[in-house]
Write a protein that binds this ligand. Sequence first.
Ligand SMILES: Nc1ncnc2c1ncn2[C@@H]1O[C@H](COP(=O)(O)OP(=O)(O)O)[C@@H](O)[C@H]1O
Ligand SMILES: [Mg+2]
Length: 1035
Amino acid sequence: MSLPPHWKEVGGEGRVHRVMESTLTARDRVGVQDFVLLENYTSEAAFIENLRRRFGEKLIYTYIGSVLVSVNPYKDLEIYSKAHMERYRGVSFYEISPHIYAVSDNTYRAMRTERRDQCILISGESGAGKTEASKKILQYYATTCPVTDHMSTIRDRLLQSNPVLEAFGNAKTLRNDNSSRFGKYMDVQFDFRGAPIGGHILNYLLEKSRVVHQNHGERNFHIFYQLLEGGEQDQLSKLGLERNAQKYHYLVKGCCPRVSSINDKSDWKTVRKALTVIGFHEEEVEDLLNIIASVLHLGNTQFGEGEDGETQITTEPQLTYLSKLLGVDGPALREALTHKKLTAKGEEVSPLSFEQAVAARDALAKAVYGRAFTWLVAKINQSLAFKDEVYNSSKGSSSVIGLLDIYGFEVFQHNSFEQFCINYCNEKLQQLFIKLTLKSEQEEYEAEGITWEPVKYFDNKIICDLVEEKHKGFISILDEECLRPGEPSDISFLEKLEDTLGGHAHFVTHKLANGKTRKAVGREEFRLIHYAGEVNYTVNGELANQSVNSRTAGSVICQSDNQILSQCFHREEVTTQKRPETAATQFKNSLAKLIEILMSKEPSYVRCIKPNDAKQSGRFDEALVRHQVKYLGLMENLRVRRAGFAYRRRYEAFLQRYKSLCPGTWPNWQGRLADGVATLVQHLGYKPEEYKLGKTKIFIRFPKTLFTTEDALEARRPALGRTIQAKYHRIRNAVIQSAWRGMKSRRKARRRRHAAEIIRKFIKGFIYRHYERCPENEYFLDHQRFSFLMTLVRNPPKSVLDKSWPVPPPSLTEASEHLCRLCMQNMMRAYCRRIQPEWKKQMEQKVVASQIFQDQKDSYPQSVPKLFVASRLGRAHTLTDTLDLTNTPLTDYGVAVTKYDRRGYKARPRQLLLTSSFAVLVAEAKLKQRIDYAALRSISVSSLTDGFMVLHVPSEDNKQKSDVVLQCDHVIEVVTKLATMADKKNKVNISQDSIKFAVARGKEGVIDFTSGSELKVAKGKKGHLLVTAPQLNPR
Ligand SMILES: Nc1ncnc2c1ncn2[C@@H]1O[C@H](COP(=O)(O)OP(=O)(O)O)[C@@H](O)[C@H]1O
Ligand SMILES: [Mg+2]
């Protein structure tokens, strides 16, 4: 190919070379975006090198034509924002760097424009990023597709189905902390406007063996740990569970109930919330949890030997819980776990050996869990089902995008029946891939009128046939062996396989092999040579695995009170005479259905690759990647894609991109597109063997041709820039102005739409506000909550005495009580911290006063605001002066009182002084009476407003002069202080109408109290003292 003439415009030959080189090296640094452009496309090394380079630059996506290859980055890249989604929306596949969003968008647009159902098949080994990819696709649709109110419910449910399915169907494995242990095919249904309106999930082969056993370093399904970590205490008690996974045999087989990357507690919350969004009723959740708990109890059910050597259950409490949780009869369950029914009708039973009982228990656990999982999927499907009748009537105008996230090829040290199914499934998908890729390639050539050139590739049909062919395939032989009378045996099965399949190029056993291979295949193993590699499968237990249900246990469970179980286990199943289908046949049939579904759709592919086994970011293990490239059939794929032409593009896209390279097509080509492209490539000097022109596309055979054209474009850009700039100035004003106006009105319309939507949501939420939380009222309830909390934030109670508190919405009643208490406690703490010592003392005394007098004495309310004082006498040391006793403690308090003689009630002015251990009455600096606190029996006051108090002292005590009647203006203060100092707080009597006191030995005096208008003290009849207290506060 000669250089296009205009290249010279750039400068001399040397300059051209430099420009080319610089663009080449720039591109080399990140390899090629599409493997079909690899020069050396048959070299695996070049393929891997391209992946490695791009991965080093955090470019995890690369195409092989329309297939997306994705390398797990093991860290969050900033390439999944809403802005990124927008960037890929409606943009042609090849115009922008490879991305999962490009595949999502392309598929979506193909569905919309061609009205053909689509599917995206995501494959790769465990941990390669399949599930993440499928979530990203769903999120893309959830964000970018148009939605209305009703549809937003479906959209949320679609998104929320993921955490639920992952909780029940995913587990931590050595390869992936969140490994899907089931295959999933999900249909998303779109209406004629392209809005998601429904969904449906098909699940495949849950790895049930995990329920009872996990390899070292692995866990059981997440839900068990989530329930134990996150479930509320009373919920766990009800289920008979303890918050400790170590206690459950089924949870610790892999010795790692805790994983640092997993937060079971918060995941539990997410799952609980998701269940609500999806529309599970509380009873259903309860039934589901009962099943989860019963599996744990089954795991802890132990067996021992009875007196007659029979196998019996040794853990009674487990049995009690089991019969409660499973809703079945206890004795029947006991029998089911230790006996076997010999006939379907169950008249004859025979005891099980210890090992058989353990196996029956495990089989029951697996069956219960497995069927509950299937029920869960069915339930989710009900909630995703597309129900709207209006739309149903317009059937046919809706289309579907299917997402297949299915386990990748798996090879372990020991490979059981489940690995066999997984790998068989991958064989089938590879077969589909080959058929469809070749088919579409061929169809494209035909459609474009280009002759088809046959491609060399390995067709794995031969392996699919080996497994599934009627009468002589692996599964047929397995069926035969299981269905024949008598006990099936693993060894006779292996022999039969050898007889029938011996000599097949993809089947080897120990006996059939020779030399080196013989050593590598065990005596109880057979080896399949898959398209992706060799795998040894053990036949040990293969047949036992096939008898899918234990009839005895099944017949008990089908009578369960638990609604889920009674739906999952059917009576007919255990009473029928017919042998059930083997697990292998069931799987084969479901796979055939899946392939049928996929065949009816137009496929896109995402091929996921795991860069290392350590789940580390930035590490690229070449050997590991090479292995995956091989068994994903990527080289095969590239070969098919490159067999004819490396590159093809629609005429308009090609012309649009390169028209500036030819004066004849620049700035615009007015004629037929095909002629424009012909003019362009002629000008560029393409040789006839380098390209072909189809009906709507140009096909370019070698990448080099395209690169040269690309480089020319690169070199032309500066000149182009200048021309464009000049033009740009001219049209700038007009364009910018109109764009600005457009943008403003679009923004306004968007705002208005948004506002209308909010109002609608609000009204709907208001109508549904008394219902359980559901998608209809979610927004309203959240708003209510939010505004309650914001009111609190903006207007919290100002002081301890401020008792105002906003009314919480029902969902926050409890939280509001907690908050209110916390808020009070906080304010109180702050208040206490600010208090000075004297004030503290004052408050303490006031508290004592309230304990004694509140609601008891009429003058108490008036006393509250009056502060207590340290002393009401001028000089605090009066007592020391008076008594001249060196050891006497200082007076703490003194007050003027009136003392009434016990006989004649003569009133005498006195001072009452209180020390730390006694009180004294003093008159004119003379000690009149001393009352030791130890001798003080009690203190009496009236309930009225008077200031009388009587100090009761035992009259037989010679030193003390018997009871003292005093009156004081500060009676509350005095009594409080005296009662505190003498520690007689409980000895203050408050009498309603009279106080009796001892006059002398054996004699009694009485004070009668009445209410009146003013205070009067007089001698009454019978020698009583009559006190009239002013009435202030009648009670
Ligand atoms: N695109 C991605 N970006 C960041 N991390 C990813 C991405 N894809 C996968 N991962 C990481 O790898 C882990 C395994 O991915 P997952 O999709 O569960 O694998 P698979 O389904 O193939 O077994 C995820 O939990 C996540 O941490
Ligand atoms: Mg997965």
